[in-house]
Design a protein around this ligand. Sequence first.
Ligand code: FES
Length: 576
Amino acid sequence: MSKTVTLTIDGQTLTVPAGYSIWEAAHQVGINIPNLCHHPALRPEGSCRVCVVKVKGARNLSASCVTKVAEGMEVSTHTPEVLAVRKNIVELLLANHPRDCLSCARSGNCELQKIASDMGIRKIPYNYNRPPMKKDEGNPSITRDPAKCILCGRCVRMCSEVQGIGVYGFTWRGINSRVSPAFDLPLDKATCTYCGQCAKVCPTGAITIHNDTDKVWAALRDPEKIVMVQTAPSVRVGLSEALGGKPGDIVTGKMVAALRQLGFDKVFDTNWSADLTIMEEGTEFIHRLKDGGVMPMITSCSPGWVNYMEMFYPELIPHFSTAKSPQAMFGTMLKTYYAQKMNIDPAKIVSVSIMPCTAKKFEAQRPELSASGFRDVDVVLTTVELGQMIREAGLNFQALPDEQFDPLMGVGSGAGTIFGTTGGVMEAAVRTAYELLTGKGLDPLELAPVRGMEGIKEATLTIGKTRVKVAVAHNLANARKVCEAIKAGNPHGWHFIEIMACPGGCINGGGQPISLEMDTPVKRQEALYTDDRNLPIRKSHENPEVQALYREFLGEPNGHKAHQLLHTHYREQIRG
Ligand code: FES
């Protein structure tokens, strides 16, 4: 069978791989066919019919997202009949949609709004008669407004097929139809990990991220407060997109300048505490390896993954590293080490973090993350929320000068920066563990087998006399495979495992700008690798500010004080 197919679309002849849908073929040559239920990261379903096209010889119009290309096929994407049918479908969707676009969280980047605008719909010829539906706002991460659901099923497929959880399903019938957790449970009662991937694929304002910008504005306006901010590795390669830039732009310096312009008193780098995490987690791993601790050890810095483990595999909790996440470590050090050093009352500090992650909002509220006597992190904003604040303030982001992070907690290594991508935590840990165990630097420094977007990656290293096998998994369906393998006796012989809840890791977290382009996460990943190569320090243990922290405040990694402040515990979560 031929591996390619030649067809014409709107008179243009093209050859594409056999098995492509008409929509994919058209997309490849830049022909835009509107789509709503289809998303390039998900299995096509063909339910909304917005993408219909005319295929010569076919009795009915065909949904281009689920119709495969065929040799000699002739497709027309914008005949009068096609345009009229599409328009009528969208008018019917709008008839059942609330009319509060101006104040909707997705205003300006709602796919339904854009399609309606592109189609020139200026009035809706049908009455709104959907019954009232209750919003779900009872958790810190994700807000659901079922009234805005267009039943495209993207969130259902994302949660069940990519993340392997299946929180959402179609419920009720007819005009009452909606997507919701079983028994209409709110998300905080369902088995939601708060990864936010559902919100990233939702085309409307039906699933959005909880917005905390008002809390930050209030803190910034309060003269009694000292507002300090940390910025996660992936924010520097995602923020540009929230402000009209390209995927993969590295905007660290402009981001720092923007945060100062917004009024933050100090601007710090979560890469600093990523390096600190490596010191604690790497030391913990070495102890377990040498002293026969619970193996394999699993990373715990992805809060969506932590939630997943606590809900679905609580029996594996002893495998978790007890090291807090970089966000939480940073918050603790801000209100202890930094406050002490700068003679600041920690009660006056408002600790804000900018994260690519929606589950971080939940993590920040965990009662155990307050070892200093104060909450580690007071407010978590996503990359998208920071973009909103910058637009609200009217800053010309592209014209801002590049500025440096503030000292003491502002230096991060290349190892810290690659925390933002799948494989990055493992690579950073190996760079340090190898050198601490052998006294020699890893050569080559970059651990190629754990790079890229493969779902589960492995690498084997000889460290001294020990052969160490590491594994890396991203997205929760792959996490489940890893957990099952551990329960089955760890047949792969893994010693150390990194797991990230989101596909691709934090670069593609639920709080990053929404993109419909499949290569966007790869561009962000490449940007972090570039950032690593460009930084003067590429190993966590060589970070001079982290070295000073141990020397002046913490003592030894995994020592008593470090354990008290930088480690945590996990517990089974029972929901439902
Ligand atoms: Fe093709 Fe919905 S986008 S049927």
